[in-house]
Design a protein around this ligand. Structure first.
Ligand SMILES: Nc1nc2c(c(=O)[nH]1)N[C@H]1C(S)=C(S)[C@@H](COP(=O)(O)OP(=O)(O)OC[C@H]3O[C@@H](n4cnc5c(=O)[nH]c(N)nc54)[C@H](O)[C@@H]3O)O[C@H]1N2
Ligand SMILES: Nc1nc2c(c(=O)[nH]1)N[C@H]1C(S)=C(S)[C@@H](COP(=O)(O)OP(=O)(O)OC[C@H]3O[C@@H](n4cnc5c(=O)[nH]c(N)nc54)[C@H](O)[C@@H]3O)O[C@H]1N2
Ligand SMILES: [Mo]
Length: 764
């Protein structure tokens, strides 16, 4: 490679929104070959009567901006509405063995899938098939397999209607192996937050961001992953609300933001400072940092008084004294060492917290994707509880969810845990016998796959073989399954690991018209704030053979299950309001008057007992937690291991790679890289742009080679790179202790010199 070909690292010094994001969208629009209707779709995106964005799950305000979309939501829409097509002729030109070597970027760039495809092992190609042939063959295969060894995965995009039917199909067929992308994401919240406050979802609503005077923003990157959140953050900062960011990496989106919808800021480019304090914790240092802050809050109560909300603590909390004893026994030296912060930083934050009247704790993958992620959530909740910051206006706990309907999929029954669904109601409504034993979550499914116990896989979206830990081992095992079925919009690597009988079933995207019996159907989704919105697609479908996710799930169910007059799959497909009435009948508290409420601007709130201070926990109160470990990675000190966090760039949606630009971090070029502190580089004698290899912890074979080193402002010993390229380094058995969420942050790795031409790597 000549010097000119080397990918460039540009120091990005413009603010997050503004012209930079406009250019980023234009670049992706070009690659995506978006059609003319895309702009029209953007104009009504996230507004009542319009299409709900298929990117993130951030709330949709009742009074939207003129353009209620962001750079990355626009990219998702442009990508969905591409004019490029990946049809039978494409598959005729390429064998699967060839395609599996292509990058995610190159595969998805081929455009929208157009025909149902069947894998033909003799030719090693996907060949065109009909819906009838596909459904009959899949149904026959499913009937032949043991349902307990079949998995139905869902990736968090499909609406409530398709999701409800999918879960019903699984239970009628005889399993609850219903892993969801949530299992790799906010399952730590679903289980961990539930244990402490009785709610598996956040307690805030969007309006709370207008009333808080402090936001503690932990381990989440709004500039890239929920850019519409920058508006409320910017408004809050302008009001004088303190925004304290806790993150090992200095994220542009938390530092400053120029509103691309404010013409003045677009021209003068003056950004709003967002975080007024940036706590650069070590990776996995949050339990210690949050405990340090809480420790000083307790000290302030002693010295100044009037800091704790005694009334709230007495009436609503459990375990305070045990926790206080533990805090007292945990000295500042340890808290400083594990958090990587100074005592003064923690104390300063404590003073700000103690003076604030309403505090929101926001968090994302930086908290949830750790071995002790649930304890990290517990530590955040401990701090919030001290001043009664849950269950009142402007305060609460606000996990920022990922996929646009990932929270909703859980709400309507996509869960491996039988106790979370009203099985008696399902029995009454459908005359089925739902399995009573716990099914597989993602980790359990991957374990079963590696051990040869998994027999069949159906994916309602997703690119699961690439999103999970231990990617290399998974890739070897995937094709051993007798049946693999993918309901998808674009081609991805998981599709290219065909089982003995393998099918790709192409579906509509949310922005497209979904005509059934001559009527365009609406679907519904739930955002991060438990608000449910109707969404209407308005574009013409990308190809005539596409079906909706509802229609595909229903057709597969019909082809698989014995006839049952109470399971009226075809009738339900003809009118989605019938599915919504089933959802309402199954979950009447959440979904009463579903059909009328779903179109209201801002969506309808399905409520949350914890917000009303009704604690549905084992103690009936909000629980203080003593963590299992002060270090969320569980790695301890001393080892020469680096803590690797695997993140998203600004140009991707999970495994969908839009381009090679991580604009906000000032990184351009290829994605095979590692960000590292200049001090660590100096000590190891590594130069910028040098290629290195990362290896797993001692003695394991996990390795990724050819990674370009980028100097970055990170704490020592903490490095960062991109998901999914680095997933071969993530061990399946490192996951949150209570929820099994893979520990995608804090992966223990060693740095070795890159493979020499002889192929021998030397240790640094
Ligand atoms: N454009 C775009 N939007 C998306 C997605 C996407 O890929 N692209 N993905 C969607 C999905 S499914 C999800 S789940 C969300 C994910 O959104 P995020 O929760 O923002 O996820 P990550 O990109 O993984 O980044 C996590 C942040 O945590 C920080 N971090 C890492 N380790 C630690 C730690 O130990 N402590 C602390 N305090 N911080 C840490 C990282 O520096 C990073 O800023 O975004 C959703 N939205
Ligand atoms: N190392 C590491 N691993 C991670 C993470 C991390 O931070 N680090 N994050 C984890 C998280 S938070 C998540 S959520 C998972 C994501 O894991 P997944 O949800 O499994 O992955 P995606 O990449 O979002 O899936 C993309 C594919 O979905 C299909 N698709 C797109 N839109 C639609 C649609 O509308 N309908 C249907 N049926 N299909 C569609 C397309 O074919 C596309 O190729 O990855 C997890 N893995
Ligand atoms: Mo996610």
């Amino acid at each position: 490679m000549s010097h000119d070909d080397l990918p460039r690292i540009a120091e990005y010094d413009g603010p997050v929104g503004g012209w930079g994001s406009a250019k980023g969208m234009a670049a992706v629009g070009h690659v995506a070959k978006a059609g003319p209707g895309a702009l029209e779709t953007l104009a009504h995106q996230n507004k009542a009567g319009g299409t709900m964005c298929s990117s993130c799950a951030w709330g949709k305000p009742a009074q939207p901006h003129a353009a209620e979309f962001c750079e990355n939501g626009a990219k998702a829409t442009l990508w969905d509405l591409t004019t490029a097509r990946c049809g039978p002729d494409f598959f005729a030109r390429h064998t699967v063995s060839e395609l599996v070597t292509w990058s995610e970027y190159d595969l998805e760039r081929q455009g929208r899938l157009t025909h149902p495809m069947r894998y033909d092992a003799d030719q090693d190609r996907y060949v065109e098939t009909t819906w009838q042939e596909a459904c009959e063959a899949i149904g026959a295969e499913l009937r032949r397999l043991d349902p307990k060894k079949v998995t139905f995965y869902a990736s968090g995009k499909a609406g409530l209607e398709a999701s409800y039917l999918y879960a019903l199909f699984a239970r009628s067929y005889g399993h609850t192996n219903l892993p969801d992308s949530s299992n790799m994401c906010h399952e730590t919240t679903s289980v961990g937050l539930k244990q402490v406050i009785g709610s598996p979802v956040g307690t805030c609503v969007l309006e709370d961001f207008e009333h808080c005077d402090m936001i503690l923003h932990v381990g989440q990157n709004p500039g890239t992953n929920s850019p519409r959140m920058l508006h409320p953050l910017q408004q809050a900062a302008k009001r004088g609300c303190h925004i304290v960011a806790m993150n090992p990496l200095r994220e542009k989106g938390l530092l400053e933001f120029a509103n691309p919808q404010s013409p003045l800021q677009m021209t003068v480019g003056a950004p709003t400072e967002i975080a007024d304090s940036y706590l650069q914790v070590r990776t996995g240092g949050d339990i210690a940092a949050l405990t340090g802050i809480a420790k000083h809050v307790l000290e302030l109560e002693e010295t100044e008084g009037g800091v704790l909300d005694h009334d709230f603590l007495t009436r609503h909390c459990h375990g305070l004294q045990d926790w206080m004893d533990w805090v007292a026994a945990t000295d500042w030296t340890r808290l400083e060492r594990v958090s990587g912060l100074t005592r003064q930083q923690m104390q300063h934050t404590a003073v700000c917290y103690a003076r604030s009247k309403a505090v929101i704790g926001v968090y994302g993958m930086g908290l949830t994707q750790h071995v002790h992620g649930s304890d990290a959530i517990g530590a955040l909740v401990n701090l919030l509880l001290l001043r009664g910051n849950i269950g009142r206006k402007g305060a609460g706990c606000s996990p920022v969810r990922g996929h646009s309907n990932v929270q909703g999929q859980r709400t309507v029954g996509i869960t491996e845990k039988p106790e979370l669904v009203p099985n008696d109601t399902l029995r009454d409504l459908f005359g089925i016998e739902p399995p009573s034993e716990e099914g597989w979550n993602t980790t359990a499914f991957v374990r079963a796959l590696l051990e040869g116990r998994a027999q069949g896989f159906v994916g309602l979206g997703g690119n699961l073989a690439r999103a999970v830990p231990d990617q290399d081992r998974v890739a070897q095992a995937w094709g051993r399954m007798p049946l693999t079925v993918h309901i998808a919009t674009r081609l991805n690597r998981t599709h290219l690991m065909p089982g003995q009988s393998s099918w790709i079933l192409p579906c509509l995207v949310r922005a497209e018209e979904d005509m059934q019996d001559g009527v365009n159907q609406q679907v519904t989704i739930e955002d991060s704030f438990s608000h449910i919105h109707a969404s209407t697609g308005k574009r013409s479908p990308a190809a005539e053979h596409l079906k909706s996710e509802v229609a595909i799930v229903a057709a597969l169910a019909e082809a698989t299950l014995d006839a049952n007059p109470k399971l009226a799959w075809a009738d339900w497909t003809a009118d989605y309001a019938r599915i919504r009435s089933l959802i309402e009948a199954t979950y009447p508290d959440d979904f009463h008057d579903f059909e009328t409420r779903m179109t209201q601007p801002g969506g309808f709130y399905r409520g949350n007992p914890a917000r009303e201070r009704d604690w549905q926990t084992d103690t009936g109160r909000a629980n203080f937690t003593v963590p299992r470990d002060l270090d969320a990675t569980g790695l301890g000190d001393g080892a020469d291991l680096f803590r690797l966090m695997t993140l998203r760039s600004n140009d991707q949606f999970n495994t969908t790679i839009y381009g090679m630009s991580d604009r906000l971090r000032g990184i351009e070029g290829d994605r095979m890289l590692v960000m590292m502190s200049p001090e660590d580089m100096r000590e190891l004698g590594i130069q910028a742009e040098e290629r290195i290899t990362l290896r797993g912890a001692d003695g394991d074979a996990r390795q990724v080679a050819g990674l370009r080193v980028i100097p970055y402002d990170l704490p020592r010993g903490c490095i960062a790179g991109y998901f999914p390229e680095l997933n071969p380094l993530s061990p399946l058995d490192r996951h949150d202790m209570v929820s099994d969420t893979p520990a995608s942050k804090g992966i223990p790795v060693r740095i070795v010199a890159d493979q020499s031409p002889s192929g021998i790597a030397s240790d640094r």
